[in-house]
Design a protein around this ligand. Structure first.
Ligand code: ZN
Length: 138
């Protein structure tokens, strides 16, 4: 089964913990085991798995990418819509993560959360969740 949800980001760059939204989709699916694909359907945002107990980690990830990929540094795509840095950062991190499902819930380490990183906000962002159920009885 698959479904998607929409959320609104605030600020030009930022990070949101979407773990509980994804977890709700897994529970609604009824899948006891399998895989869960989480994919943001945009090319200037990314999905990562990392800690969010200290939200500064999300901010640090964005700062590190800003150092590596400065805004408006002569990127060719800036001639079109001035957001090349956002496309490059999203490409480095990637649009999706694949998580195991066990006992009807996501398998995550105690400090791991599913984060959406925004590089060209504020915008409405659509997140697709695809549940691939495992074999029966496992
Ligand atoms: Zn663009």
């Amino acid at each position: 089964m698959s479904d998607s949800f929409t959320l609104e980001t605030s600020g030009s760059k930022g990070h949101l913990d979407i773990t509980e939204r994804v977890r709700a989709e897994v529970r609604r699916s009824g899948a006891k085991s399998g895989l869960c694909l989480v994919m943001v359907l945009h090319s200037t945002a990314a999905i990562v798995i990392n800690e969010h107990d200290d939200p500064n980690i999300g901010t640090d990830i964005i700062k590190a990418l800003d150092r590596a990929v400065p805004d408006h540094a002569g990127w060719l795509h800036d001639r079109i819509d001035d957001n090349a840095h956002a496309h490059i950062k999203a490409a480095i991190l990637g649009p999706s993560e694949l998580l195991p499902i066990r006992d009807g819930d996501l398998v995550l380490g105690s400090w791991q959360r599913i984060l959406l990183l925004e590089f060209d906000g504020p915008r409405k962002r659509q997140v697709h969740v695809e549940i691939l159920p495992g074999q029966r009885g496992r």
